[in-house]
Design a protein around this ligand. Structure first.
Ligand code: B12
Ligand code: SF4
Ligand code: SF4
Length: 398
C-alpha cells in the first residue's frame, strides 16, 4: 500500500465514515467500527502464548511473529482497520437437543452452512471497492485496501475490541452486550486517516471488562482448555484437535469430547451474554444436509467421494476425510453401547488408514467397556449442567 491521501484537506473524512457505515449495513454486516492499528499492548501476551507452545502444531501462528500485532508490517502503508462482525447463529440451533443425544453429531454452529470466509471476504472486497469509487470521484486520489477474514497474520479480536465492537471475554472470544459472541470477525486494512470509532460505554461499545466475577466458561470447558482468564491452550481445545490438527487425538482428551465432532461451542453456550445473541439473517449460515440433527452412524457411513461432494462449500471439507472419520470414530466410542455402532466400527476397521483404524480400535474398546458398565461417566455431570443452562437461557434453542 502506498498512501497519497493522508491529511488531504479536500476530503471530508467524518462524512466518509458515515458512508462506510451505510455501505457496511447494505452489505449485511451486523456492525462496523474503525480503529488505529496500535496493538503494542498485546504483544507481550502474544509472545507468551507462543512461548508456552499453546498454538500446538499451528505453525502459521508462530511464523509471522510479532507481525500479527503490527498490521502495518504486514501491509505497508496501513494506518486504520475497518473491523466488521457478522452474526451466524442459525434460527434453529438445537444445541441442547443434540448435546443430549449421544448418538447424534454435534457440529459447531458456525459450520452448519456455507463457509464464512468466502462470503465475508467478498463483502469486504465490495466495501473496499465502494471506497475506491468514492476516491476515484475525487479524481486522482489513491486508496488502497486489503481484506482479512480469520487470517492468521492478524489479531482480530483485539482489533475489533479497539474498534468498539465489544470486549474480549474470559473465553478469549469477542463479546458484545447486544449480540453475545455468535459472530465472525473480519477487517479491511486501509491507508487513509479515517476518524476512529468513539467507544461509547452506554451504547454497548466498551473496552471494559464486562465479564465481572463470572467464570462460567472456564468451569464448563470439558477439557479445561481455558488455562487462565483470557488464555486458551489450543492444544486442549476441542476446536483445535477436531479441526486444526491432523494428528491422533490425545487419549486422555478423547472421552471428554463427547459427541462434538467438529469444533465446540460450550464456552459460548454457557455465557450469560449470549441470551442477547441475534439470530443470523443469512441463508448461507442455515444448516445444510441436516447437519444440525444427523446421527453419528449416518455420517460414519459416508464414503470419501460422498464427503467431498456433499460438503462442497462447507468449512468442514477443509479438514479432509481422515480427520472427519477420526473425529466420528471417537464420538462413536463415547456413545452408549449399541450393537449397530460396534458393527459399523468393525466394518470400517480394515478399510481405514492406520491413523483412523487406531481411533476405531479405541472406540471399540470404549463400546465394550460400556457394555460391561452400561454407562460412560466422562463429564456426564458437566454436560448435564450445560444442557440445563442452555434450556433456561436460550429458550429458542431448547
Ligand atoms: C488460532 C485460532 C483459534 C485456535 C486458538 C484459539 C485462541 N483462543 O487463541 C483454536 C483452534 C483453539 C480456535 C478455536 C475457536 N475459534 Co478461533 N481463531 C483463531 C485465530 C485464527 C487466531 C487467534 C489468535 O490469534 N490466538 C492467539 C492469542 C494469543 O490471541 P488472542 O486470543 O486474540 O489473545 C489476545 C487477547 O485475548 C489479549 N487479551 C485481551 N485481554 C487480555 C487479558 C489478559 C489477562 C491476557 C493475558 C490477554 C488478554 O491478549 C492476547 C494477545 O494479543 C482467530 C482469527 C484471528 N486471525 O484472530 C480465530 C477466531 C478467534 N476464532 C473464532 C471462533 C469462532 C472460534 C471457535 C468458537 C470455533 C468453534 N466453535 O469451535 C473456537 C473458540 C475457542 C476459544 N474459546 O477460543 C472467531 C472468534 C469470533 C469472536 N466472536 O471472537 C475468530 C476471530 C475467527 C473469525 N474471523 O471470526 N481458534
Ligand atoms: S471451544 Fe470448547 S474446548 Fe475450546 S475452550 Fe471453549 S469450551 Fe473449551
Ligand atoms: S461466561 Fe462469563 S466469564 Fe466467560 S466470557 Fe461469558 S461473561 Fe465472561
Amino acid at each position: 500500500m502506498t498512501n497519497t491521501t493522508t491529511n488531504n484537506p479536500a476530503i471530508n473524512y467524518p462524512a466518509l465514515v458515515e458512508k462506510i457505515k451505510c455501505w457496511g449495513k447494505e452489505l449485511g454486516f451486523s456492525q462496523l467500527g474503525i480503529t488505529d492499528i496500535d496493538l503494542s499492548k498485546h504483544e507481550q501476551a502474544l509472545e507468551q502464548w507462543l512461548a508456552n507452545n499453546y498454538h500446538g502444531n499451528m505453525d502459521y501462528m508462530a511464523r509471522h511473529g510479532l507481525m500479527r500485532a503490527r498490521p502495518a508490517e504486514l501491509e505497508l502503508g496501513t494506518i486504520r482497520a475497518i473491523s466488521v462482525r457478522l452474526d451466524y447463529l442459525p434460527t434453529e440451533a438445537k444445541c441442547a437437543q443434540i448435546l443430549k443425544s449421544k448418538d447424534h453429531a454435534y457440529i459447531s454452529r458456525y459450520a452448519l452452512g456455507r463457509d464464512y470466509h468466502k462470503l465475508m471476504r467478498k463483502r469486504l472486497q465490495q466495501l473496499g471497492k465502494k471506497i475506491t469509487a468514492y476516491f476515484e470521484d475525487l479524481q486522482g486520489e489513491d486508496f488502497n485496501f486489503r481484506p482479512f477474514v480469520d487470517s492468521a497474520p492478524i489479531l482480530e479480536r483485539p482489533l475489533a475490541e479497539k474498534a468498539g465492537l465489544g470486549w474480549v471475554g474470559k473465553h478469549s472470544l469477542l463479546l458484545n452486550k447486544e449480540a453475545g459472541s455468535w459472530f465472525f470477525l473480519g477487517e479491511l486494512l486501509v491507508d487513509i486517516p479515517l476518524p476512529v470509532s468513539v467507544v461509547d460505554i452506554k451504547n454497548n461499545n466498551t473496552t471494559g471488562n464486562d465479564c465481572g466475577s463470572c467464570v462460567a466458561c472456564i468451569k464448563i470447558c470439558p477439557t479445561k482448555a481455558i488455562v487462565e482468564p483470557y488464555v486458551v491452550d489450543a492444544r486442549r481445545c476441542i476446536s483445535y484437535f477436531t479441526i486444526e490438527s491432523p494428528d491422533p487425538i490425545p487419549l486422555e482428551l478423547r472421552p471428554l469430547m463427547g459427541n462434538r465432532i467438529y469444533g465446540c461451542d460450550d464456552c459460548q453456550l454457557i455465557c450469560p451474554w449470549n441470551k442477547y445473541a441475534k439470530l443470523s439473517l443469512e441463508n448461507d449460515f442455515q444448516a445444510r444436509h441436516h447437519l444440525d440433527e444427523i446421527t453419528l452412524l449416518e455420517l460414519f457411513s459416508w464414503s470419501e467421494d460422498y464427503f467431498l461432494e456433499t460438503l462442497q462449500g462447507s468449512p468442514i471439507r477443509r479438514i479432509g476425510f481422515q480427520s472427519w472419520q477420526r473425529n466420528i470414530a471417537v464420538a462413536l466410542g463415547n456413545a452408549s453401547f449399541d450393537t449397530n455402532i460396534v458393527a459399523a466400527l468393525e466394518h470400517k476397521l480394515t478399510t481405514s488408514s492406520a491413523m483412523v483404524a487406531e481411533h476405531i480400535q479405541w472406540a471399540l474398546s470404549q463400546q465394550n467397556q460400556q457394555k460391561l458398565n452400561d454407562h460412560n461417566n466422562a463429564n456426564t455431570r458437566l454436560n448435564a449442567r450445560l444442557i440445563r443452562s442452555i434450556e433456561r437461557g436460550l429458550p429458542r434453542d431448547a
